[in-house]
Write a protein that binds this ligand. Structure first.
Ligand SMILES: *Cc1c(COP(=O)(O)O)cnc(C)c1O
Length: 312
């Protein structure tokens, strides 16, 4: 449930800039990963913003491809990277403008008409084809393109050796391997790297008070003698961690259902902006403080408030 007192500002120019930079640096096709509503940034907006820049889009499922109407954008190589829908046929994929990723001979055969792409397991150990079955799946679906979901260079090398001479187009790298030229192969599939820095999440101080003793449910003590209240809580997805107020790092100290306490200084006022994610408070820092991944922080932050897209 979002807080309407939190603003999630998504800069589509930054998304475009990130994707262009990746394309210019790698000089291979960029397949933008827009699964999970583009990590919360709004897949429809992202798809439209990247139209002239990327070679295709990666969604997770056939349903996502349908809801994004990927079919309307011609000339792209779109992939549903999750397991194929059990009740769908090749025509369903063609109608949605997306090709399925397959990892079994049965799925490859069933979906052969939709230009399936082989997904090879090099360590992820989920919905991907074990190396010894690669030949059978390629044959069953008349497949000429394959990918692996790799996070380490050894996986890419193993994939390259396994697939040598067996497919025309290979790809492996998501964001974590963009700094490794040997991982780029024929295309890259970045998600996070395209969204980096594109989202700014803010709210405002609802109250600033001089503390009169132990505060809140937990009885926390304010170090400076003042505390603030912000209008977002755990029902909105807020977690303890850093925020920025008037250029300083402060902390969320205790979270309630729809409000939370933050540390402040005496010079802060009700109405002052509180940054939950910004150029100065980046997702990596929030993730480290809350012991989660950057991906998880992005999705969580995007869901906190009302999204607004700029520079579309
Ligand atoms: C999610 C995903 C990606 C993108 O990962 P990032 O780390 O966000 O770049 C690439 N490939 C596959 C198969 C994925 O599932």
């Amino acid at each position: 449930m979002l807080s309407r007192f939190v603003e999630v500002r998504i800069d589509l120019d930054r998304v475009r800039h990130n994707a262009m930079e990746i394309g210019a640096r790698t000089k291979v096709d960029v397949l933008a990963v827009v699964k999970a509503d583009a990590y919360g940034l709004g897949a429809m907006h992202v798809v439209n913003a990247l139209r002239e820049i990327v070679a295709g889009y990666c969604v997770f499922s056939l349903d996502e491809a349908r809801s994004l109407e990927l079919k309307r954008i011609g000339g792209k190589r779109n992939i549903a990277i999750g397991p194929p829908a059990v009740d769908a046929n090749a025509q369903d994929y063609i109608a949605a403008g997306v090709s399925p990723a397959v990892s079994t001979a049965a799925d490859a055969q069933r979906l052969a008409g939709a230009r399936p792409i082989l997904c090879v397991d090099t360590g992820m150990q989920r919905f991907a084809c074990p190396p010894h079955q690669v030949g059978a799946v390629l044959f069953a679906g008349a497949i000429d393109e394959a990918f692996t979901h790799a996070t380490r260079l050894e996986q890419v090398k193993a994939f390259g050796e396994l697939m040598a001479g067996k497919a025309n187009r290979l790809h492996a790298a998501g964001s974590s391997l963009l700094s490794e030229p040997e991982a780029w192969l024929d295309a890259v599939r970045p998600g996070l790297a395209i969204y980096s820095g594109a989202m700014r999440v803010t709210t405002r101080l609802q109250e600033v008070r001089r503390s009169t003793g132990p505060i809140g449910y937990t009885g926390w003590e304010s170090p400076g003698g003042y505390h603030g209240v912000i209008p977002a809580g755990y029902s909105n997805g807020l977690r303890p961690g850093p925020v920025r107020i008037n250029g300083r790092t402060q902390q969320i100290t205790e979270i309630g259902m729809q409000s939370a306490y933050v540390t402040v200084e005496a010079s802060d006022h009700a109405g002052d902006e509180v940054e939950l994610l910004s150029e100065e408070l980046v997702a990596e820092e929030v993730a480290a403080a809350s012991h989660t991944s950057v991906h998880q922080v992005m999705v969580r932050m995007a869901g906190l408030g009302v999204r607004r897209w700029v520079n579309g």
